[in-house]
Design a protein around this ligand. Sequence first.
Ligand code: GLY
Length: 349
Amino acid sequence: MKTVKVDLKKEVDSSYEITIGSSFAREVLQKLRDEGAYFMVDENVFELYQDYFDHNNMFRFRADEHNKTHESVVSVLGFLFKCGARRDANLAIVGGGITGDVGGFAAATYMRGISFVQMPTTLLSMVDSSVGGKTGINFRGAKNNVGAFSQPQHVYIDMHFLNTLTDEEFLNGVAEVIKYGAIFDKEFFDYLSANKDKVIARDLDTLAYVVKRCCEMKADVVKKDEKEKGDRALLNFGHTFAHAIETDSHHGVKHGYAVATGMYLETDFAVKQGEATEETLNAIADILRLYGFDLSYEIEDRDLFIQAMLADKKADKKGLTLALTPAIGSCKILKNIPPQSIEDYFNNI
Ligand code: GLY
């Protein structure tokens, strides 16, 4: 037998920068237009910021969890094809997490991958989905279970977009912000408690610090584990239960709100397994309630809920995997959790 090795170690440097500032989006969009980029723009963002865009080479997308689908990806691919986009094309994606995930996935597959930039316009997408290269869609009822790792060429975060977010959408992002403090940085967690009024008032300097700190923490994890073979799974604290809540509620509960309840329930589960302290559970409940999250959730369909948890991408044949916070500012992965112990937990609460 003969062996030929395909040596692919770091042939391509996929590093990129995240630029965080205020009121620079128009300028960046003009530059991208001058360079011949194509644009995928969230419909609401387009309505609010019409003078940032022209109609050429633009695909407007009505972002909704229900159209985070392969049909939407096909529409973006159709748009690129109709425009005659070639392999050297660049897709500028302007919008929240759903727009970013769908657009990023289309860019990752068009001509086997074209470059794209992310311009997130919601707090949630600024601190999470626009950074790290996870792109994808929901498939057959399971959340984000089809997709690709594909890094953007640049992430442009213009804090100014936060001024026009609804309160509901803003709070949707706050849950992910709190998650970073809970799993990585107690000082940041305490900062969020102490500065709640400034955060809620959307004080741009406070938010610029918050967004930058979250991006730093995320960049650090992604740098070490781009394809989630290990520590990147820590970012999923709260998400296993959250995905089940989203599925069970038919996406009536938004992602961030589901993550808030998920962080609380996963920590409660961890306490009952002897993996976290009561003090941690109380600290998590306190900060989430301080920001106005309602941590209760009435399961609609227990079977669907448990099934959704089992469909979690981190689950394998040995059982479920959960990212947990044993104490604020620390995190660990708990593997091989028998599905029965989760069922028992839900039967007893
Ligand atoms: N949202 C979790 C991650 O990007 O890994």
